[in-house]
Ligand binder design. Sequence first.
Ligand code: ZN
Ligand code: ZN
Length: 175
Amino acid sequence: MTWLERIAVVVFMVLFMECFAWAAHRYIMHGWGWGWHKSHHEAHEGWFEKNDLYAAVFAIVPIVLFVVGLWWEPLWWAALGITIYGLIYTFVHDMLVHQRGGFRWVPKRGYFKRLLQAHRLHHAVEGKDGTVSHGFLFARKPAVLKAQLRAHAEQQHKRAPQARNPAKTPAAADQ
Ligand SMILES: [Zn+2]
Ligand SMILES: [Zn+2]
């Protein structure tokens, strides 16, 4: 492979992973995978969340690709792209937004401020449904997200009143 091809594979995978992460967060974690992700949306004590299991499971993929990539080079570079995305994600989501590891930096302007606001708005809704901004590196303007939140809230209001406060499922409450 030429260096141009290697870089192209890495960049493609970083962008692909943002799409994958968005879809997984939107449809799996806020869908049938809510059981693990729920822990990330509620206050808790201790260092780890059940939600961290997602990172552990997803990490298996690049590890396998690094190994198989020893025989077929493009896969090795694809694995590197996934790993770089994982590092960026950890920085933006875990450190910048959720201040894990004692990281304290509140950007006052620019791209990182937008990411921070967007993900805080993701956490503005309690629970599985009606959330906005499921991506991490591409975020819409806070004003757009706030309008989406208002629209979701109105929709829920229109539905049957008993659906407004869904009872917590006992199965998901174990911690
Ligand atoms: Zn979420
Ligand atoms: Zn979060």
